[in-house]
Design a protein around this ligand. Structure first.
Ligand SMILES: *Cc1c(COP(=O)(O)O)cnc(C)c1O
Length: 400
């Protein structure tokens, strides 16, 4: 049987059309865009076209608002570190408790070395930002607000436009980690207040090792990486030509499939959730049902371990991911579910199913069929399951 891949928020398959577009740039068209000969000129033209393709996906007004990076992580780091330099006299940063480690561990480091004061804003049980705490944290000392567009674990979408407006009122810059949003949600930066936005190629059927930071025209920027004059001096180093070309093609395809993402992919996700919740008791969906990515579902199966579920799923040829990360032998539930106050008994058994345009109805049927016996088998072995009536739930999912 074909494997079922439902871990697209971790990475996507590079679209074969993307690979095909990239291949000549490893062979015949190997030039360096900076060179003063035909080899370079050819590549320069292709890079220009790829930039336009990405610009179109973002609705960016100017192509030079795009700075290519090695991925989402570098884009996040570049945005935040730039703001600390350009926003003279401001050393506070506001973020959310559910950001990707690309943001959270950088901020923890900046705080530790005394470079910035960081405000981490909490979320409610559906993963929605605490707007009151957010507004209270804003001040004339705020250099930058960095809040993700959509969460990678639950799919919860944040009101980035509103947050950008609030940030601007105190003169702060607004950055969003949109790695999970780009290609899944329509984006039009020409009519937006967002100052900086991060994206990553491999999350939208593009290659790994390429991403971009959008920097709105007029927003001052200090490079993270210094050297040559590539990217108008904003990111030195010979361009990752095949990567940039591949990201351009991936962006073009993402625009083409955008409507399908909203309809067919969302319908697959909804059918999976319905099927699982109907067949498996003591399970619920986490995240905000009214404001969620079309491709993401995070289902908590109470009283069992996510890692064990994944192992048995893997035996059935089904790939997904769990919120927990095995650190030093102790299984800690994900920081996202902990921030949402999902009780440990449920957070431990959370599984993220993330779809893409490559998934089919057959995939959903396979998972709906495979999961009930897996969950039942693990619960039979679980002391927590046997003791469940004695445990106070303390958590009332509004959506089950
Ligand atoms: C994957 C991901 C990143 C990191 O992107 P890379 O290109 O792998 O560095 C950052 N933020 C979010 C929300 C992600 O999902």
């Amino acid at each position: 049987m074909d494997p079922v891949y439902l871990d697209n928020n971790a990475t996507t398959r590079t679209d074969p059309r993307v690979v095909e577009t990239m291949l000549p740039f490893f062979t015949e068209q190997f030039g360096n865009a900076s060179s003063m000969h035909a080899f370079g000129a050819q590549v320069g033209d292709a890079l220009g076209k790829a930039r336009k393709q990405l610009q179109a996906l973002l609705g960016a007004e100017f192509d030079h608002e795009i700075v290519y990076t090695s991925g989402g992580t570098e884009a996040d780091n570049a945005a935040i570190l730039s703001a600390l330099e350009t926003q003279v006299g401001r050393d506070e940063i506001i973020t959310s408790a559910v950001e990707h480690p690309a943001v959270l561990s950088l901020l923890a480091h900046l705080e530790k070395i005394g470079r910035a004061k960081v405000h981490i804003i909490g979320v409610d049980s559906m993963g929605r930002l605490d707007m009151e705490a957010f507004s209270e944290a804003l001040s004339p000392a705020t250099a930058i607000v960095s809040i993700m567009w959509a969460n990678n674990e639950t799919g919860t979408i944040f009101p980035v436009e509103q947050l950008a407006g609030l940030a601007h009122r105190v003169g702060a810059l607004f950055h969003t980690d949109a790695v999970q949003a780009v290609g899944k949600l329509p984006i039009d930066l020409s009519s937006s207040q967002i100052d900086m936005l991060s994206l990553s190629g491999h999350k939208l059927h593009g290659p790994k090792g390429i991403g971009a930071l959008y920097v709105r025209k007029g927003v001052r920027f200090r490079p993270l990486i210094r050297g040559g004059h590539q990217e108008r001096g904003r990111r030195a180093g010979t361009e990752n030509v095949p990567g940039i070309i591949g990201l351009g093609k991936a962006a073009e395809l993402a625009l083409e499939y955008m409507a399908e993402e909203q309809t067919r992919v969302a319908a697959l996700r909804d059918r999976l959730e319905k099927g699982l919740l109907q067949r498996i008791g003591n399970s619920f969906v986490t995240g905000d049902p009214s404001s969620r990515l079309p491709n993401t579902s995070n289902v908590a199966f109470e009283y069992i371990e996510g890692e064990a579920i994944l192992l048995l799923m893997n035996r059935e040829g089904i790939a997904a991911s769990s919120g927990s990360a095995c650190t030093s032998g102790s299984l800690e539930p994900s920081h996202v579910l902990r921030a949402m106050n999902v009780p440990y008994t449920a957070a431990h058994g959370a599984i993220r199913f993330s779809f893409s345009r490559e998934n089919t109805d057959t995939d959903v049927d396979r998972v709906i069929e495979a999961m009930p016996p897996i969950i039942e088998r693990l619960r039979e072995m679980s002391p927590f399951w046997r003791e469940r009536d004695k445990q106070a739930a303390g958590f009332n999912p509004t959506y089950a």
